[in-house]
Design a protein around this ligand. Structure first.
Ligand code: G1P
Length: 276
């Protein structure tokens, strides 16, 4: 999970608070992502952090004073809830020294991944669904052994804000995935978009991708000072590597926008029967 962004859309709150720690009702965004990963069978989570993100490490750690206080007050239910957070998974933290793009952030963790597929979840996309979104991607990986990108259908006016995929064939009618033949990052106008399916921040990368990331980084293949995952996946496709797009089933929220975060909070509140 790369969490190195500044969260400028949420200023001033993100002046001292990582955007991934902003609440969706009473849990931070990153808690939902960790739950999604764990529910999809992931046991080891590497969080790529940067300056100002220490609250994330504290959140998934034990909180001795708080736990002690809850014991003394006899608040056993809350104690259980708080303790469970640090037991969700095995956490490792790596810092990205210079913010040089999401591809570079992922590269910082690749020495911990040994020739195996790796899931990448960005904090901007929350999906509430019966089958976790990452599980849906992993199902495609298991069948194809190719990299898999999460997709959502977009209205015309949203196409310019997303990576838009070029499908090599129509989606499989049952499982809603297809091989990709290209990707246009943030098309300048709707007519340049090869489809109306946009990339959301959830990926399964095949074991071939770390090598490509390394290669592109060594070649200084950066765009505006950034090594972007979208460019790496485009390069993978152009070299004939298998990359698939999977239309995610579920309700998706753009937690990277103020409106999306608010909508996600309202959805969780309603699901919990809170009257608004
Ligand atoms: C990134 C990706 C883009 C994707 C988007 C989803 O863009 O490059 O392909 O559609 O995330 O949130 P960013 O939002 O970081 O500019």
């Amino acid at each position: 999970m790369p969490v190195a962004g500044y969260g400028t859309r949420f200023l001033p709150v993100t002046k001292t608070q990582p955007k991934e720690m902003l609440p969706v009702l009473n849990k931070p965004v990153i808690h939902y992502l960790v739950e999604e990963a764990v529910a999809s069978g992931i046991e080891e989570i590497i969080i790529v952090t940067g300056r100002g993100k220490r609250a994330i490490e504290d959140y998934f750690d034990h909180s001795f004073e708080l736990e002690h206080n809850l014991v003394e007050k006899g608040k056993h239910e809350l104690l259980k809830e708080v303790q469970a957070i640090s037991k969700l998974a095995k956490f490792t933290y790596v810092r990205q020294p210079v913010p040089r793009g999401c591809g570079d952030a992922i590269l910082q963790a690749m020495h911990l991944v040994q020739n195996e597929p790796v899931a990448v979840l960005f904090g901007d996309d929350l999906v509430f669904s019966d089958t976790p979104a990452l599980s849906q991607l992993l199902e495609v990986y298991e069948q194809t052994q190719g990299s898999v990108i999460a997709l959502t259908e977009l209205s015309q006016d949203m196409l310019g804000q997303y990576g838009v995929v070029d499908l090599a064939q129509p989606f499989d009618p049952k499982q809603h995935y297809a091989p990709l033949k290209g990707l246009v990052e943030k098309p300048a106008e709707p007519s340049l978009a090869p489809s109306n399916f946009g990339v959301i921040g959830k990926y399964v990368l095949s074991p071939q991708i770390p090598g490509l990331l390394d290669e592109m980084s060594a070649l200084h293949n950066f765009q505006n000072g950034e090594l972007r995952l979208a460019n790496v996946l485009m390069e993978a496709i152009s070299r004939g590597q298998q990359v698939y797009g999977k239309q995610i089933q579920g309700e998706r929220f753009d937690a990277g926008s103020v409106e999306g975060l608010l909508r996600a909070s309202l959805a969780v509140a309603r699901a919990q029967g809170i009257q608004i």
